[in-house]
Design a protein around this ligand. Structure first.
Ligand code: LER
Ligand code: MN
Length: 276
C-alpha cells in the first residue's frame, strides 16, 4: 500500500517521551534521510523560538518534508491549553498556534491538537465551559489555517493522560460539530489499543476524515515490537485508499537510532503487504 513515512522528533530535550533524538535535531534529520524516511514530525513549543527558522531551513535542505507539527509541549511545559477559560492564556496560546500554522504552511504540514487540549477539571458545569472554550479556540484556529492550506488534527489520547477526547468517535463528533473541512482525526495506535473496541472499525468510522496516523506498538515502542497487528490495519487503510503519512511516534528504546531503524523495517514490510 502507498503511504508516506515520518518520524516524530523534538529539537528540545525530552524526559521520557515518544520522541526520537530529542535535543539532537541535526542528527535526527541525518538519520531520517539515511533510513529513507519521507518526512519528520516536529514537536514545537514557541514558533518564535530561535531554533525554528534554523530547523525549517535544515528540513528544506535535507530533502525531507515536514509532515506535522506537534503542539503538546505548550501544555506539558508551560501549562497553556485549549480548555483554559482564562483570556490571557487563550491569547498566548492562540498566538503560538497561529505562528505554528504559519511555519507549517510551507510544507502543508498538519498541526496536531492532542496534549494541548489539556484536562477538564472541577464540577460538571465548569468542565462544560472548558470544553466550549476549547471548541471556540479550535474554530478560530481552523478558520485561520484554512486559507493557508493547513489541516488541524484532533488526536484521541488515552484516559490516563487526559479526560478530554479519548476515542476516535469523540473526535469525529467535534469535527462534525465545527464543520471545517481542514479538521481531521489522527488515530494513534498506542492510545487506540487502550480505548477502542476495534482498531479497524475506528479507522472505517473515520473514513475520509482520517488524515494522519501515529503507529507506535502496544508498548509504545517501534511498530513490530509489541502485539498490535499492523498488517490487519494496513489492509483496512488500503481498502480506504489512505495515502497520507504514517508516523513513528515512538519511545527511543533501546535508543533513537535502533528504534527508527526498526520502525522503518516494519514500514517497508507494510508497504509491500498484500491481502491474501
Ligand atoms: C502525542 O502525539 C501523543 O500521543 C500523546 O500521548 C501526548 O504525548
Ligand atoms: Mn500520538
Amino acid at each position: 500500500m502507498i503511504f508516506r513515512t515520518s518520524m516524530a522528533i523534538s529539537p528540545a530535550p525530552a524526559k521520557f517521551a515518544p520522541l526520537l533524538f530529542a535535543g539532537e535535531w541535526e542528527l535526527a534529520l541525518q538519520t531520517a534521510c539515511e533510513l529513507g524516511y519521507d518526512a519528520v514530525e516536529v514537536s514545537l513549543r514557541d514558533p518564535k523560538g530561535p531554533v525554528v527558522p534554523r530547523l525549517g531551513e535544515a528540513i528544506t535542505k535535507s530533502g525531507l518534508s515536514l509532515s506535522a507539527v506537534a503542539t503538546g509541549q505548550s501544555y506539558y511545559t508551560d501549562g497553556l491549553c485549549l480548555a483554559s477559560t482564562d483570556p490571557t492564556v487563550q491569547k498566548q496560546l492562540m498566538d503560538r498556534l497561529k505562528g505554528l500554522v504559519d511555519f507549517a504552511a510551507a510544507w502543508q504540514a498538519i498541526i496536531i491538537l492532542g496534549g494541548v487540549r489539556g484536562m477538564l477539571s472541577g464540577p460538571l458545569e465548569a468542565q462544560l465551559a472548558q470544553k466550549e472554550a476549547a471548541f471556540q479556540m479550535m474554530d478560530k484556529l481552523a478558520a485561520y489555517a484554512l486559507p493557508a492550506g493547513v489541516r488541524l488534527a484532533l488526536e484521541p489520547i488515552n484516559r490516563y493522560e487526559t479526560n478530554f477526547l479519548n476515542t476516535v468517535q469523540e473526535c469525529l463528533d467535534v469535527i462534525d460539530r465545527l464543520g471545517y473541512k481542514n479538521l481531521i482525526v489522527l488515530p494513534d495506535t498506542f492510545h487506540m489499543n487502550i480505548e477502542e473496541a476495534s482498531l479497524p472499525a475506528a479507522f472505517r468510522a473515520a473514513g475520509s476524515r482520517l488524515g494522519y496516523l501515529h503507529f507506535p506498538d502496544s508498548n509504545r515502542q517501534a511498530p513490530g515490537r509489541g502485539h498490535i497487528n499492523f498488517f490487519e490495519l494496513v489492509e483496512v487503510l488500503q481498502e480506504m485508499a489512505y495515502s497520507g503519512y504514517i508516523c513513528a511516534e515512538i519511545l527511543p528504546l533501546p535508543n533513537s537510532r535502533q528504534a527508527a531503524e526498526w520502525a522503518m523495517q516494519t514500514f517497508r514490510l507494510l508497504r509491500s503487504h498484500r491481502k491474501v
